[in-house]
Design a protein. Structure first.
Lengths: 255, 429
């Protein structure tokens, strides 16, 4: 049972993605059920994997997004949900594998509570950024289809512009306070551990927080919306990826 | 049987003729009564905006007794008399399908293969209604009773087993589909109707089903604005407030008869600057167009004109046309199935009598044989002889029954196989 490897669940997700892509051309219920089945199998395998060993940020984030995939697939059954979420899940797993052995993001046992709180808050904020990114990508594609006046029932089935914009906005609205709280707790842990404030991960997180602040100011004070806001959210996600990569970089370290 | 489908449709007859031949719902009872009495037949009348068709049938027994011919000229005469038109003017517009062809035609009509918009779903309901009205007033006999329910099943099979009904194939539904790609919920949305063009009525009807929060109507003529607003449960606004309303609206339906665009790119830029809400969808179905197409960006402003909507309609129809072949094959399969079932049902009593007659004769012969050779046979021998006689009877009947079932003219009036069989085997009615 504990012999679950990264390849096991990555393969399940890859098969689910293949089935989701196939479903775009041949709309058959069996493909949907198979895709959800493989997605669920992958999630189960990944849960076992996470339960028995120390894990890194990316693999943890991929796990939350896999749950997000299953939720979306059941909730928006007719939509091309998996086509967008599963590549991100696979990408994070792939990046995690490439970055080497998973580092335990948790701080030493003495700071366990604050460490958990810090990691938990940042993880939820990262989920928000990822959801915002997915909504942004879907928004851009939907807007492109509308701009080209593609017949409504052709190709990818996407949510309406209004729904995608709302999802994007809520994800960012939720991510910012979580990120802020996570950073404040991180600062507390940092002071306790007397870590260097020039640590690349700390700098990266601070830059990400600033980027989000700018995003919110643009959204609410400057009323930036639609395509422009979707692009900014995608940029924020890229910044998050940089931060996550820094986590695994030799220069990076635990908070 | 004699089954006739006589009528005209959008395919061969201009609307000016069709509307003169159409039967209003309040005329149907009288028409059905008149035609079934005059031509001594079962009758169903299918009268829609695209076709007027009479389905008339006589089964064998009535056909042999009837003196009135049941043919295209007789039906044309009825139509001419009923509508007060010269028969000679009508006859060139009428098509006639007889027996197998009539069955096939009805199945094609019900399956929407003969419709103006292939795959549209309304016709199946109209065929069902025509049968129900016929049933109520003229009492269709056994043939139409069997035919019309079968037509409904064929229509359902074609719709579910082929992609003929896929997508929305009207301009109005294409417009609503586009609106749904932009908006998720409509309880907080404002619709602005500009103009009072006939073209917009159906689209507005579709949009109202989305249950928007409010509808405003702007028109150069305040009276017309009031009339449209009353019709759609909206509120008329002065034409001078058009820019203000455009800045507030979420969905705009424009159908004016203006010769020039009423909203240029420059004017729209000023309006867009005032907008505080989300995106706007403009359905410009006026010809010439009311909005400058350059304002469309697919993000904050989505503009769809009549050409865009017709393009969607064409795309849907092109996909549907790919399914016509399989649908036709299905109709043919069902036509053959219906005819086979019908013949079996019609010939059933004759075949039953023939079988009973031969069975009685066989039992008599076997009984006499056993009496004569009584005591010389054991039980096994008796069973074998009985079996041999049954087999002989079955082999003897197989040829005539198969030929009868396969013969398409077996129950046509006059000298037929059915008559021959009755006479040859001296079968009584």
């Amino acid at each position: 049972m504990y012999g679950v490897t990264l390849v096991c669940f990555a393969s399940s997700y890859a098969v689910a993605l293949g089935l989701e892509l196939w479903r775009q051309f041949r709309s058959r219920p069996i493909l949907y059920y198979l895709a959800v089945g493989f997605g669920a199998a992958g999630l189960l395998a990944q849960s076992i994997y996470l339960a028995v060993r120390p894990v890194g940020w990316m693999i943890l984030l991929a796990w939350v997004l896999a749950i997000f995939y299953l939720y979306g697939s059941i909730h928006y059954r007719k939509m091309s949900w998996g086509v967008f979420v599963l590549p991100l899940v696979l990408g994070l797993i792939g990046l995690s594998a490439k970055m080497g052995p998973d580092a335990d993001p948790l701080p030493p046992a003495a700071d366990r509570f604050w460490g958990f709180l810090h990691v938990g808050l940042l993880l939820l904020a990262a989920v928000g950024v990822c959801v915002g990114f997915l909504a942004g990508v879907m928004y851009l594609i939907q807007a492109h289809r509308l701009r080209a006046k593609t017949p409504p029932r052709w190709g990818l089935r996407l949510l309406s512009l209004e729904r995608l914009e709302q999802m994007n906005r809520r994800a960012v609205d939720l991510a910012f306070p979580l990120l802020t709280a996570g950073l404040v707790v991180g600062l507390f842990v940092l002071i306790q551990n007397q870590a260097s404030p020039t640590n690349p991960r700390i700098v990266g997180a601070a830059v990400l927080w600033l980027a989000f602040l700018v995003l919110l100011v643009l959204r609410y004070a400057w009323r930036v919306r639609g395509r422009a806001f979707a692009l900014l959210t995608i940029a924020a996600f890229v910044l998050l990826l940089v931060c996550l990569v820094l986590e695994h970089h030799p220069l990076g370290g635990g908070a | 049987m004699i089954l006739l489908a006589v009528g005209c449709s959008h395919r061969n007859t201009p609307v000016a003729v069709r509307e003169r031949l159409a039967f209003r719902e309040d005329q149907l009872a009288a028409a059905l009564d008149a035609v079934s009495t005059r031509l001594d037949c079962e009758a169903v009348i299918l009268s829609t905006c695209n076709r007027v068709e009479l389905y008339l049938a006589r089964v064998l027994d009535r056909a042999t007794r009837a003196t009135t011919p049941l043919d295209a000229d007789a039906v044309c005469g009825f139509l001419a008399d009923f509508h007060g038109l010269p028969a000679a003017d009508l006859r060139p517009h009428l098509y006639v399908h007889q027996n197998d062809a009539a069955v096939r035609h009805l199945f094609r009509v019900a399956a929407s293969l003969d419709s103006l918009i292939v795959g549209e779903g309304q016709i199946a309901g109209q065929v069902k209604k025509a049968y129900e009205i016929g049933h109520r007033y003229s009492g269709p006999g056994p043939l139409l009773h069997a035919l019309f329910p079968h037509a409904r099943r064929v229509a359902k099979r074609v719709r579910t087993e082929t992609g003929i009904a896929g997508g929305h194939a009207s301009v109005s539904s294409a417009a609503v589909d586009y609106v749904r790609q932009v908006f998720d919920h409509f309880g907080d949305k404002t619709i602005l109707v500009i103009g009072a063009g006939k073209m917009g009525e159906l689209t507005l009807k579709h949009l109202r089903r989305l249950e928007p929060k409010r509808i405003f109507v702007a028109n150069r003529s305040p009276e017309k604005a009031q009339a449209v607003a009353r019709g759609c449960g909206g509120e008329a606004v002065p034409w001078e407030r058009l820019d203000e309303m455009l800045a507030r609206a979420d969905i705009v339906l424009s159908t004016t008869g203006a010769p020039e665009p009423i909203v240029t790119q420059e004017r729209y830029r000023r309006i867009a600057a005032q907008r505080i809400g989300g995106p706007i969808v403009i359905l410009d179905i006026a010809v010439p167009r009311d909005f400058d197409p350059a304002i469309h960006d697919g993000d904050r402003t989505c503009l769809f004109n009549i050409d865009d909507l017709k393009r969607v309609q064409e795309a849907v129809l092109a996909v549907r046309r790919k399914h016509v072949g399989p649908a036709e094959a299905l109709v043919e399969q069902e036509t053959q199935r219906f005819l086979k079932e019908w013949r079996r049902r019609r010939h059933g009593p004759v075949i039953e009598r023939l079988t009973q007659d031969l069975e009685a004769k066989r039992e008599e012969v076997v009984r006499k044989l056993f009496e004569k050779i009584n005591g010389r046979l054991n039980e096994e021998d008796r069973k074998y002889i009985e079996y041999a006689f049954v087999k002989l009877q079955n082999q003897f009947l197989h040829g005539p029954i198969s030929t009868l079932t396969e013969d398409q003219q077996a129950d046509a009036p006059g000298h037929t196989l059915l008559d021959a069989l009755r006479k040859l085997f001296r079968l009584r009615e």
